[in-house]
Design a protein around this ligand. Structure first.
Ligand code: CDP
Ligand code: MG
Length: 138
């Protein structure tokens, strides 16, 4: 199936602190994905709770919330053919140790929390997350 999609992607605060923004963006662009919106943001706890609404009751959520609010991150909308699947594939598995070498997480982290990037996991979550982060801008 071929279809142009949009997906919401975050370069998380660990990656911004470590100077990985350019390298990560380079990989998305090299694949053929294009930014339609891109902004440096620092989010508060209430916004984190909305973004991670499916996870707020998990035992590991409080430290995740502390992490994602710990400094600036880069929020973006990427577009391209099957962009949701394409970005999830480039990002790799959630746990950086399990993530395949060559993927962003596989190459740049050892953590299942501070794992460099986020991306929408379905058309429904992409629509919800794009509306949350970029509202009526796009
Ligand atoms: O980000 P992804 O969709 O791959 O994973 P998730 O299962 O939806 O979890 C969302 C985020 O929560 C992960 O990317 C990790 O940053 C974090 N997480 C965590 O802190 N501890 C876990 N045991 C699992 C996930
Ligand atoms: Mg997820």
């Amino acid at each position: 199936m071929s279809a142009t999609q949009q997906t919401l992607v975050l370069i998380k605060p660990d990656a911004v602190r470590r100077g990985l923004v350019g390298e990560i963006l380079r990989r998305y662009e090299a694949k053929g994905l294009r930014p339609e919106a891109l902004e440096l943001r620092t989010i508060d706890a209430a916004f984190a709770d909305r973004h991670y609404s499916e996870h707020v009751d998990k035992a590991w959520y409080p430290p995740l919330r502390d992490f994602v609010t710990s400094g600036p991150l880069v929020a973006m909308i990427l577009s391209g053919d099957r962009a949701i699947e394409a970005v999830r594939s480039l990002n790799g598995a959630t746990d950086g140790i399990a993530a395949a070498p060559g993927s962003i997480r596989g190459d740049f982290c050892l953590s299942n929390r501070e794992n460099v990037v986020h991306a929408s996991d379905s058309p429904e979550s992409a629509a919800r997350e794009i509306a949350l982060w970029f509202g009526s801008d796009v």
